[in-house]
Design a protein around this ligand. Structure first.
Ligand code: ZN
Length: 207
């Protein structure tokens, strides 16, 4: 693999100039093609004629990937207030000092836990819980609706996509299912099995 440095010269086809042009390698911020945001200070080939970025060398690919993984994607759902109370209650039991903002991390933990282990997903009967959500929501139809809005990085979004695909449910139902699991696993038990692990995570994310 050829390794480039800032100031190196090369040749490439420039879309803007519609011709083969000489290029100079330089650091530029490059917007992502399929997502919001940009990769900062990437070594790229810049057209000597028009100044456009004409190519990104292989050596810059990991930086693009990392920047894209860190670009935040928003997840928004609207659910009856009791589901939000379950998430807040779980977050409070784990880390009372962290405040309700910890539910974002708690949800990410649950997405990861079930996305990474298909047999755990089955064992925890998430599919069964998901099938009960519509009826449950119907019973809550007179209760206020809360809007939950989180910004997550790429890997968390992948976990969400894995789960919504595997269970054939939408994001709203997925968040409701996770809230029910938080209630069953963290709020209801005398000694929640994962309390120590989750407290350690809370200490790290709130550091
Ligand atoms: Zn050009």
């Amino acid at each position: 693999m050829k390794f480039y440095h800032a100031g190196d010269k090369s040749k490439a086809a420039c879309e803007q100039c519609k011709s083969l042009v000489t290029t100079t390698f330089a650091y530029r911020d490059v917007p992502f093609r399929h997502a919001k945001g940009q990769a900062k200070d990437l070594l790229v080939a810049v057209c000597d004629e028009c100044g456009d970025v004409v190519s990104i060398p292989a050596q810059s690919t990991p930086a693009v990937r990392e920047a894209r993984n860190h670009a935040l994607h928003s997840v928004e759902v609207k659910l009856p207030v009791p589901y939000v109370d379950m998430l807040n209650g779980g977050a409070y039991r784990i880390a009372p000092e962290a405040g309700p903002g910890f539910k974002k991390s708690l949800l990410a933990y649950y997405f990861r836990k079930y996305a990474q282990a298909p047999d755990l997903l089955e064992e925890a009967q998430i599919g069964q819980i998901a099938s009960e959500i519509p009826l449950q929501r119907k019973a809550m139809k007179d209760l206020p609706i809360a809007r939950l809005s989180f910004r997550y990085s790429g890997p968390v979004i992948s976990d969400i996509d894995v789960l919504t695909d595997r269970l054939s449910i939408n994001r709203t139902t997925l968040v409701a299912c996770m809230a029910r699991k938080v209630e069953q696993e963290i709020i209801e038990p005398e000694q929640p099995a994962e309390l120590t692990t989750l407290r350690n995570i809370a200490a790290v994310v709130n550091a």
